[in-house]
Design a protein. Structure first.
Length: 168
């Protein structure tokens, strides 16, 4: 009987872990989207105030000491390709660690592609549109965190308990 109880506790723990991990991924996605909105806002500031190129902006952000892993990887890729291609490749590599959906990646890549070949004024207006789009996606991600996050946690615990009860 003690052996069964031990395995039931393990199964309940696994169910809890799985539900909480799904919930955590929702919050990581939200933080990642907010990070990209901040990144594009920073790019917009550098373009509008200093007229810098996208490559120079990536180097400047990385030099600032508060760059994240994404920008560091982007800066390395910029040595071998243009901004839209480097941005897309970096995003593809980091999609899982950022917990981004395919739709999120497509939106971010389209923003980078639009910025890549524009003059300064067009780039700023494109970044203003991107800010609105990302704000909308972030709002829906917040709603998903609040509703689905609770569901995932409760469902993981419930499934773990149900399987444990079946084993008893």
């Amino acid at each position: 009987m003690g052996f069964r109880l031990f395995w039931c506790a393990i199964i309940v723990s696994c169910g809890c872990f799985f539900g909480l991990e799904l919930r955590r991924r929702l919050y990581v996605r939200l933080r990642s989207l907010e990070m990209f909105r901040g990144y594009f806002r920073t790019v917009r500031t550098y373009i509008s105030h200093f007229g810098m190129s996208l490559c120079a902006i990536a180097y400047e952000i990385d030099k600032g000491g508060n760059a994240d892993k994404f920008n560091s990887n982007l800066r390395e890729k910029l040595q071998h390709s243009d901004f839209p291609a480097a941005f897309s490749n970096t995003l593809d590599e980091m999609q899982n660690s950022l917990s981004l959906y395919n739709d999120d990646v497509a939106l971010l890549v389209s923003i980078a592609n639009r910025m890549g070949g524009l003059d300064l004024d067009s780039a700023v207006s494109s970044l203003n549109l991107a800010d609105e789009q990302l704000s909308s996606v972030i709002d829906s991600a917040k709603d998903k965190c609040e509703t689905d996050g609770k569901i995932y946690a409760v469902l993981g615990i419930s499934c773990g308990i149900a399987v444990a009860l079946l084993l008893l």
